[in-house]
Design a protein. Structure first.
Length: 384
């Protein structure tokens, strides 16, 4: 039988070049050369390297660990806000006060003393109107620097917790800032404490190695302060504070508007009309235009349960503000509300609020409608 000449000869009887020729028709001969990377892939890699370098250049943070400390790093350094129209070129912004800086530092104190400064009953003392906060500077700075331990009585209430020392963790400026902040919040009226005074306290109490006990703190005079930077004696705790706005003055009205817009606006609205069925209107109501002492008592202690205002029923709770607001702040809000939203009632002096605070000091529960209706007359016994 005659063989087909085109058939592959597996017995290798045909010339090997003929076999390779048939293979080369299907695939090219392998090459030892290096195949270049495609241009599109080269462009992607180059773009990624440029982006990575730019990102590191912007966010390197000086290769410092402080970039992870929320109290020492600020995006404003990397991303400054554009200057406002009309502002002078290169003009620096007004520096923050120590109290403003202290608000951030106080974040480390919130767990024990709470955001409202009221602490935890029996464990961590409240900071609102505490004699240790409003009193002399030496005691407060000493406690912040060295800590405190063991039982302690604050504002007549016993506490038995431990406060850690902050001398190592916080710089003198931060200690001054947080001290200044708490002396101006929650109804406190203490003055600002400078960094220089903290440095003076560190030097004075350098030999104190253990946290303070109550007995040791009481040995520090209650009105003891440090000299100011100019060398003059600082005013004592008993010195009269700066005069507060008095009733009927434009300052009290302006202060009241600011406080109302910050505290009351969410419920009672900018118009004073409240929310139907939930938060009562303040426009021409008997509670606003009536007895100012009753109005002050409502803000001090709060209101709970259904209440009828101007013939309409509302059923919600108004929180007590006595621990958060000073007499002057409450008087300013009363004055503002009584002179706006169609109201034309007289201003309320801080002394009226102080009298109401003292008269109802033992009360711990919010007012009910029945109690408010009987206010000033044969009122039912206050519910503790």
């Amino acid at each position: 039988m005659k063989e087909n000449p085109d058939r592959v000869d597996y017995r290798e009887s045909a010339d090997i070049t003929e076999v390779h020729a048939s293979v080369q028709r299907e695939k090219p001969e392998p090459s030892a050369e290096v195949t270049p990377m495609p241009l599109w892939l080269t462009a992607i890699c180059a773009g990624a390297m440029v982006w990575a370098g730019t990102y590191f250049g912007v966010f390197h943070g000086g290769l410092s660990a402080n970039v992870y400390n929320e109290f020492e790093s600020s995006p404003a350094v990397l991303f400054p806000q554009p200057a406002k129209a009309g502002a002078k070129s290169g003009a620096a912004e007004a520096p923050q006060s120590l109290a403003q800086l202290g608000k951030a530092v106080y974040g480390q104190c919130v767990a024990c003393h709470q955001p409202n400064g009221l602490g935890v009953a029996g464990q961590f003392p409240h900071l609102a109107k505490s004699e240790y906060v409003n009193g002399g500077e030496k005691r407060l700075i000493a406690i912040l620097l060295k800590g405190a331990q063991g039982p302690m009585t604050v504002d007549g209430k016993p506490f038995n917790g431990a406060m850690p020392t902050w001398e190592v963790q916080l710089s003198p400026k931060k200690i001054a800032a947080v001290a200044s902040y708490i002396r101006k919040e929650w109804g406190n009226t203490g003055g600002e404490i400078s960094e220089a005074k903290v440095l003076a306290a560190k030097k004075e109490f350098a030999t104190q190695t253990a946290p303070w006990t109550e007995a040791e703190l009481l040995k520090i005079p209650a009105d003891a302060n440090f000299p100011d930077e100019g060398g003059g004696a600082a005013p004592t705790a008993g010195a009269a504070p700066a005069a507060a706005p008095t009733a009927g003055t434009p300052d009290l009205m302006a202060e009241g508007k600011k406080n109302y817009m910050a505290i009351c606006i969410a419920c009672h609205q900018p118009t004073g009309l409240g929310l139907p069925g939930v938060f009562p209107t303040l426009a021409k109501t008997e509670y606003v235009t009536g007895d100012p002492k009753r109005f002050a008592a409502m803000i001090l202690k709060g209101v709970a349960g259904p209440i009828t205002v101007d013939g309409k029923i509302y059923n919600n709770a108004m929180p007590a503000q006595e621990a958060m607001l000073s007499d002057t702040k409450i008087a300013s809000i009363l004055t503002y509300v009584r002179a706006n939203f169609g109201n034309t009632s007289a201003a309320v002096a801080p002394e009226v609020v102080a009298e109401a605070r003292k008269e109802h000091a033992a009360r711990t529960a919010p007012w009910t409608e029945a109690e408010l209706k009987a206010f000033g007359g044969a009122a039912p016994a206050a519910q503790p």
